[in-house]
Design a protein around this ligand. Structure first.
Ligand SMILES: Cc1cc2nc3c(=O)[nH]c(=O)nc-3n(C[C@H](O)[C@H](O)[C@H](O)COP(=O)(O)OP(=O)(O)OC[C@H]3O[C@@H](n4cnc5c(N)ncnc54)[C@H](O)[C@@H]3O)c2cc1C
Length: 493
């Protein structure tokens, strides 16, 4: 059997960005603007992949007016349940409005909404019309292609970071099926979360925990991995669609199989608009939940939720079945206000990071986070690269990174991946118990045993399963370590 091996080495660049979602694209733009020779590698097409594409494009942030800002700060802190990094969180609250303001110069199709305060009007939200992230990601990709000299390579899966003497030297990636070394003075890790450790997820299929595993493999620790937001507002039949929660202020309601509006009681004072984790658990506890639009304002539906209006037109006789799905990872590589990590030259931004949102995230804050920290990470990486000479990648770093790579063979890993996603959904999702999580760890150990002996036909599938498995184990162990319920982590025992 042939062992998968490194075949090519590319010319060095100053800044290499991993990930073509919004955080990666903002980082690349900031690095290029700061004068760095910049390369962006993305597993899916940059601007056409990752959760940024399927997002609803809603950016919420603390308005500039002091009173409104303090109100937001209080909500941001309350939702985090006391486990967020206070310095990073405070920096975010104070600087997000400025970052959103600066974004206007890109000419992106974002519409800003304002709140009155004193004599002024202060932006607090920006979104596309209709609310589709793809409108934004495509516009940003066009900006990169036409207004910058950033080089983008789509369809390249980064497998590992190359680190020598505590400093990043580049990455090993799969390009056209071959392992290729990409040397770089600085690297920005921006490859998103890991919703695909679960059988039910709103995430795109390329979001497989690659950043968590890559960071941990070179010695970085992760934080808050037990906190995963489960999104309750998703129609899964007759066709998948996300529900914009404002719909519940315009007559839509959830009903259970018996036709009861089960969230209209003292236990749920805000009804269907309780916190996402509360709604997710309420739905999870029912045998079937449906979105009832009988009393929903038709003009609102057509204007604000055209995807749902279309489903209703196409399937007039069918009930719209709703179920919670894994949505957002609050945990990850610890995020500091300057996006640096404990590896020199390695910067992080976006959903791969942890510590900003603590135990739970406020709606609309993830996209704002990509704007603020994407720019900071890219700018920081460019500054770091400017201070050093290009050095050759050390063969020892390549050998270390690729040491565990498997022999090529014919094994198909799809069944192992399915088992992993199923056990995580059954035992470590919306509602958790000690026994269930221990059972999950046993099942994951069995999956790992088979994984370690395999000879994959497809190295990309192997890398993704390696990353999913590592992330699933990290989530389960972190969840077991936390005996109490907090934020999105809910234990019934
Ligand atoms: C359905 C849905 C709706 C949402 N709506 C909102 C919203 O309205 N407002 C809000 O604030 N948040 C929302 N979120 C959350 C938000 O979209 C994400 O947190 C955010 O887009 C993450 O951006 P990112 O750039 O960090 O990662 P992503 O957008 O997920 O991008 C990751 C990128 O990295 C690439 N990649 C992954 N692994 C590798 C690798 N090994 N090598 C190279 N490239 C790699 C991927 O191909 C992709 O290009 C939503 C999420 C979902 C799933």
């Amino acid at each position: 059997m042939e062992k998968h091996g490194v075949r090519n080495c590319r010319p060095p660049v100053s800044v290499l960005v991993i990930g073509g979602g919004l955080s990666g694209m903002y980082a690349a733009i900031a690095a290029w603007r700061a004068g760095a020779d910049t390369l962006l590698l993305s597993k899916g097409r940059a601007g056409g992949s990752g959760n940024s594409v399927v997002a609803m494009s809603v950016h919420r942030f603390a308005p500039g007016a002091p009173g409104l800002r303090e109100e937001y700060r209080a909500r941001f802190q309350a939702s985090a349940g006391g486990v967020q990094d206070p310095d990073t969180a405070s920096f975010f609250v104070d600087n997000a409005a400025g970052a959103m303001e600066a974004l206007r110069e890109y000419g992106l199709p974002l519409h800003y909404r304002t709140l009155p305060e004193g004599e002024g009007e202060f932006p607090y939200l920006a979104c596309c019309a209709p609310k589709r992230g793809q409108i934004l990601t495509q516009a940003l990709r066009a900006y990169i292609d036409h207004q910058t000299a950033i080089r983008v390579e789509d369809g390249v899966t980064v497998c590992d970071l190359l680190v020598e003497d505590g400093r990043v030297q580049g990455v090993v990636a799969l390009q056209g099926g071959e392992q290729t070394v990409y040397p770089a003075k600085s690297v920005v890790l921006a490859c998103g979360g890991a919703g695909n450790i679960y059988a039910a997820t709103s995430n795109t299929s390329d979001v497989t925990g690659d950043g968590y595993c890559m960071a941990a493999r070179c010695g970085l620790s992760l934080r808050d991995m037990e906190f995963i937001q489960f999104y309750p507002y998703r129609i899964c039949s007759p066709r998948r669609a996300d529900i914009f929660p404002d719909i519940f202020e315009h007559g839509a309601v959830f009903r259970n199989r018996a036709g009861q509006r089960f969230m209209d009681c003292a236990r749920y004072p805000k009804k269907e608009l309780e916190n996402r984790d509360v709604v997710a658990r309420a739905i999870y506890g029912q045998e079937g939940v449906y979105l009832d639009l009988a009393d929903c304002d038709g003009a609102y539906l057509e204007r604000e939720c055209p995807n749902i209006a279309r489903i209703r037109r196409e399937y007039p006789a069918e009930r719209l079945l709703v179920r919670p799905v894994a949505h957002f990872f609050m945990g990850g590589v610890p995020l500091r206000r300057d996006c640096v990590t404990d590896i020199a030259g390695l910067y992080v931004c976006g959903e791969v990071t942890g510590g900003l949102h603590g135990a739970n995230r406020l709606a609309g804050s993830a996209l704002t986070e990509t704007v603020l920290f994407g720019h900071i990470a890219g700018h920081g990486a460019a500054g770091d690269a400017a201070e050093r000479e290009a050095s050759a990648v050390s063969p020892a770093a390549v050998a270390r990174a690729t040491a565990g790579y498997p022999e090529a063979g014919e094994d198909d890993l799809a069944a192992l991946k399915r088992r992993l996603r199923d056990v995580m959904w059954r035992q470590v999702s919306v509602v958790r118990t000690q026994n269930g999580m221990e059972e999950a760890l046993r099942e994951l150990a069995g999956i790992r045993a088979e994984f370690e002996g395999c000879r994959p036909a497809d190295l990309k599938a192997w890398v993704e399963l390696r990353n999913l498995l590592f992330t699933a184990e990290s989530v389960t162990r972190a969840a077991l370590r936390r005996p109490e319920s907090l934020g999105a982590h809910f234990r019934v025992d």
